[in-house]
Write a protein of this length. Structure first.
Length: 103
């Protein structure tokens, strides 16, 4: 049981890490598009940006509803990053505190 629980915690940690890195790529790519550094007419670039938007836009949409309007500054990716990083630390600690790894 302990090995299975540890494996599930490790998988959860890896998934959150991938989501965090993808969030960083999504934020940087949005800046590159905003400053016309990236050509969005390229089909490969458009596909990558569309995929990232489909993954992360539903995650930040509820955060955008709660955050106040700060003009042109969007802090919702930062809040999502903090939530993901917090979950990445909290879930393994809760599993360890519950004693599931000690059985």
């Amino acid at each position: 049981m302990a090995n299975t629980t540890l494996a599930l915690v490790n998988i959860f940690t890896m998934i959150t890490q991938v989501l965090i890195w993808g969030l960083v790529v999504w934020a940087i790519s949005s800046w590159l598009v905003a400053f016309n550094v990236v050509n969005t007419y390229n089909p490969v670039v458009r596909t990558i940006l569309s995929t990232l938007d489909r993954i992360y836009d539903p995650l930040v949409r509820p955060i955008r509803r709660v955050l106040p309007d700060l003009g042109g500054v969007d802090l919702s990716p930062l809040v999502l990053w903090l939530v993901l990083a917090g979950l990445q630390q909290l879930v393994p600690a809760l599993v360890l505190d519950s004693g599931l790894l000690l059985q």
